[in-house]
Design a protein around this ligand. Structure first.
Ligand SMILES: Cc1cc2nc3c(=O)[nH]c(=O)nc-3n(C[C@H](O)[C@H](O)[C@H](O)COP(=O)(O)OP(=O)(O)OC[C@H]3O[C@@H](n4cnc5c(N)ncnc54)[C@H](O)[C@@H]3O)c2cc1C
Length: 445
């Protein structure tokens, strides 16, 4: 059995799988190790946001996800009643896609295997030792080694522990009930509901499979129970009835669980030859459906950088920019989700009044989110994960600034013109785009 690779990824969750795809696309010798014999069966993450779909679009694989999920044109914040509407985004994907994590992982695993990634299941990493040349990993299947190790091994990351990377934050203070259940009488208005009152919090939305709804409830009289206490449909249904005063006639459940608002962030995303991504680097309550999305975007940021360092096309210091670019996003995630927890889990009169005020503020049309945009044709240029230099007015201007280590011969050069009236490209002569789809530099016309 081959035991030596350029990169080892610990964890075949969505983040480890996408990272391995990015590395393999760049022809890096990568293997993924996971202790599970099969993919997760828990539906967990439901929401795939527009930015993640854009990322899939850049690699030409958004169609799989779109074909299987349900488009939701809006999202709630902190279980407020006023929705954030996505339809005004200048994006090919101005919506959130609801798709169970089991399906998301199925597509990611399929892509990884098609690219030729060795996916070694029933391989539990038990010890990690690093020296100047690389990382030695002890597993239930024997030893492995590589110059680089990425811990994409989830919230209780062994890689993070063994690397001695801090994980500061807060333990859970609130425990929510979660059920993916059949509702004979779903809430009106597309089956979506957010309600917080003195009796507790209740959120409902369709799961996207045309059968189940996701129901989340917190009972104000019992806000904190042991996370592993088994949950029944009866307990969830009675909490929903108590909070809303309505009987939704809850039936069969495909998944019942509890989650807490435990929130933590890794002190470093890189320590020597070890890097962290996804839940290994950040955990939080699933408010706004963000963990999987942010984790996949960590992987997109890290993939091309690690590939260029392995291929000696960039200095190792490029990997420090993974920490400096992605940890601030982790910090925003930390604050954003805790702020939503505060709004949704405090059942006292001052917070209920604060919620009313926030509902009013959010109903002003100018208050909404903005995300990055990509012109449609750009997607076709980014499928292989290369640097792309687009010249929109090549006769007028110099090239955009290249990093000093970037060899021009590995950059794809394209002469293009803007079709229509894209404000993003007004006055731009040329653009240098990184493999993860972010603009590195521009020159103006
Ligand atoms: C109820 C709920 C709802 C959620 N909703 C959303 C949502 O709507 N949108 C969203 O973006 N996110 C959501 N999330 C969060 C999302 O599920 C996680 O952020 C996501 O799974 C993280 O992916 P990951 O690959 O980093 O880690 P994981 O999915 O945890 O994968 C880690 C992998 O590492 C493996 N592993 C662990 N330790 C070892 C070891 N020692 N050796 C070998 N393998 C190991 C595990 O077997 C696992 O396969 C939700 C989470 C919950 C609980």
């Amino acid at each position: 059995m081959k035991t030596s690779y350029d990169v080892l990824v610990c964890g075949a969750g969505p983040v480890g799988l996408w990272l391995a795809c990015e590395l393999k696309l760049a022809r890096i010798d990568v293997a993924v190790l996971d202790r599970r014999p099969v993919r997760t069966t828990e539906s967990r993450a439901l929401a795939i946001h527009g930015r993640t779909l854009e990322m899939f679009g850049l690699r030409g694989c958004a169609g799989d996800f779109l074909g299987a999920g349900r488009k939701i044109p809006m999202m709630e914040y902190g279980a407020l009643n006023t929705r954030l509407v996505f339809s005004s985004f200048e994006s090919r994907f101005p919506f959130t896609l609801f798709l169970r994590q089991t399906r998301t992982e199925e597509f990611l695993e399929k892509r990884a295997l098609a690219l030729g990634v060795p996916l070694l299941r029933e391989t539990e990493v038990t010890q990690v030792a690093e020296n100047e040349a690389g990382v030695h990993v002890t597993t239930s299947r024997g030893p492995f080694s590589a110059p680089w190790l990425v811990g994409a091994d989830g919230a209780r990351s062994l890689v993070r522990h063994q690397a001695g990377i801090g994980f500061d934050g807060f333990d859970g203070r609130v425990t929510a009930m979660l059920g993916d259940v059949v509702l004979a009488k779903p809430p009106e208005g597309g089956g979506i509901l957010s309600m917080v009152n003195a009796r507790g919090a209740l959120m409902m939305s369709p799961l996207g499979d045309d059968v189940h709804h996701r129901v989340i409830a917190i009972d104000a009289a019992r806000p904190s129970v042991e996370k592993d206490t088994p949950l029944t449909v009866t307990e969830l249904a009675s909490a929903a009835l108590k909070i809303s005063g309505k009987n939704y006639e809850m039936g069969e459940a495909s998944w019942l669980s509890r989650f807490t608002d435990a929130t933590r962030l890794a002190s470093a995303y890189r320590k020597g030859r070890i890097l962290l991504a996804g839940d290994a680097a950040h955990i939080h309550a699933p408010m706004g459906g963000q963990g999987l999305n942010v984790g996949l975007q960590d992987a997109m940021n890290l993939g091309w950088k690690l590939a260029m360092v392995v291929r000696k096309q960039a200095p190792e210091s490029l990997l420090d920019t993974y920490h400096s670019e992605r940890r601030p996003v982790g910090q925003m995630l930390f604050d954003n989700t805790l702020a939503q927890v505060a709004l949704a889990t405090d059942f006292t009169p001052p917070n209920l009044s604060l919620r009313n005020t926030m509902n009013d503020v959010l109903s002003f049309p100018d208050v909404d989110l903005m995300i990055d945009t990509q012109p449609a044709t750009l997607y076709d240029c980014m499928k292989k994960g290369e640097w792309v230099h687009i010249a929109l007015a090549p006769e007028k201007r110099d090239d955009p600034a290249f990093p000093e280590w970037l060899k021009p011969d590995i950059v794809k050069y394209i002469r293009a013109r803007c079709v229509g009236n894209s404000p993003s490209f007004t006055g731009i002569a040329s653009v240098l785009i990184r493999p993860d789809g972010y603009v590195h530099s521009v020159t103006t016309a």
